[in-house]
Design a protein around this ligand. Structure first.
Ligand SMILES: [Ca+2]
Length: 376
């Protein structure tokens, strides 16, 4: 687990404890450097133990980024994905196995096209594969999880992946814009977080079957808290009401019965909040939410490095709308106490944020197809 930072999707529950109080800023202010260019709609980023990284491109390509920022040719063996102009589908997240150094396994989430037979329609899927020693291809590719039900539709695939400290894998799943109460029921996987083992099986200690939590709308960010080992996610609301949630076993997060957002045909205002807005007592209250305008939160990570001691323990969240930028949330326990917008002047859609093994932060921005490194 040592190679995985909290921002790399791995957990390290119990060993690090609460972060120490931040010392004064030690040096020059953070700045942005263009680290890699030439990507098309990058979506997910995962560092490998050798300091290189894997990056997904939504149209269906997986590339390796060298520690110097050079992009490889697309890797061979990536599963076919459902993708088209304007769709939210495509090749989405990537994580590496906690035991990658010995098994070289990686996991991809994606919108899987109609497979015919018993696997008709489009749906979020997770594939496991082995990365070749020369980083050029995948082998032993196996689909280990498929969201059900599947149907044609371009939206709300969710699809972030995050390993828990026990070696099980969280998969965030959107509601596929179903417009029914399906996210509230356990007979389907729409609007859920599921928790699976690395074969796609039930590891036990879930809420119901593979379901860990319910009542989600479209969670496109996920990170395991380095101190508590709990899963945190970001979630797109309707018109306003985007959320950060601390996802506990069996938690019901309210969608579509309750939201701080409003329906799309309304003028955002507290009076039109779905179900009145307040989640409690029936549902789990979000840790943080954005009103009246959605910021479209994406990938996120908890910072645990040494390069920015003043940021240690902070939660970073990319955003793709409304003053799109990188958001830095200061926490006290499980409570957000402050929010700062970073690099607002860049005006780019930030799709993912990860801490590198060198302690710098790496940001995927899809407006210009770059990986930006936050350094000082
Ligand atoms: Ca909610």
């Amino acid at each position: 687990m040592a190679a995985l930072s909290a921002c790399g999707g791995g957990g390290d529950a119990g060993s690090s404890g609460p972060p120490p109080p931040p010392p004064p800023p030690p040096g020059p202010p953070p700045q942005i450097r263009s680290f890699a260019t030439g990507l098309q709609q990058p979506w997910g980023l995962a560092f490998l133990p050798d300091g290189s990284a894997l990056v997904t491109e939504k149209p269906g390509r997986l590339r390796r980024v060298s520690p110097q920022g050079e992009l490889s040719a697309p890797l061979l063996g990536v599963p076919s994905v459902y993708y088209g102009a304007g769709t939210q589908g495509g090749l989405l997240d990537v994580v590496i196995d906690p035991n990658f150094s010995s098994n070289r396994r990686i996991y991809l989430s994606y919108a899987e096209p109609d497979q015919g037979g018993a696997v008709t329609g489009i749906g979020t899927a997770v594939a496991r594969a082995v990365l070749s020693e020369d980083h050029t291809q995948l082998s032993l590719v196996a689909v280990i999880y498929r969201q059900t039900p599947r149907f044609n539709g371009d939206g709300h695939f969710g699809s972030r992946l995050a390993f828990r400290a026990d070696g099980t894998l969280f998969v965030t799943l959107g509601d596929r814009q179903v417009q029914t109460d399906a996210p509230q029921r356990t007979d389907n996987h729409l609007g859920k977080v599921v928790r699976i083992d690395t074969n796609g099986g039930n590891p036990g200690n879930n809420f119901s079957g593979l379901t860990w939590s319910l009542g989600h709308r479209n969670p496109q960010g996920a990170a395991v808290h380095p101190g508590t080992g709990e899963l945190w996610i970001s979630e797109h609301g309707p018109l306003g009401g985007d959320e950060i949630n601390r996802v506990v076993q069996g938690g019901n997060y309210g969608w579509p019965l309750v939201s701080y957002g409003c329906d799309y045909d309304q003028t955002p205002d507290p009076s039109c909040r779905i179900g009145g807005g307040t989640h409690a007592p029936s549902f789990v209250e979000p840790v943080h939410y954005w009103v009246p305008i959605s910021c479209a939160p994406s990938g996120m990570c908890f910072y645990t490095g040494d390069r920015f001691p003043e940021w240690r323990g902070n939660l970073f969240v990319g955003t793709m709308a409304d003053q799109r930028s990188l958001r830095r949330l200061t926490l006290s326990g499980n409570t957000v106490t402050a929010e700062e917008q970073l690099f607002r002047s860049l005006d780019v859609r930030v799709r993912d944020i990860k801490q590198g093994p060198d302690g710098w932060l790496y940001m995927l921005e899809e407006t210009n197809g770059r990986i930006l490194r936050i350094e000082r």
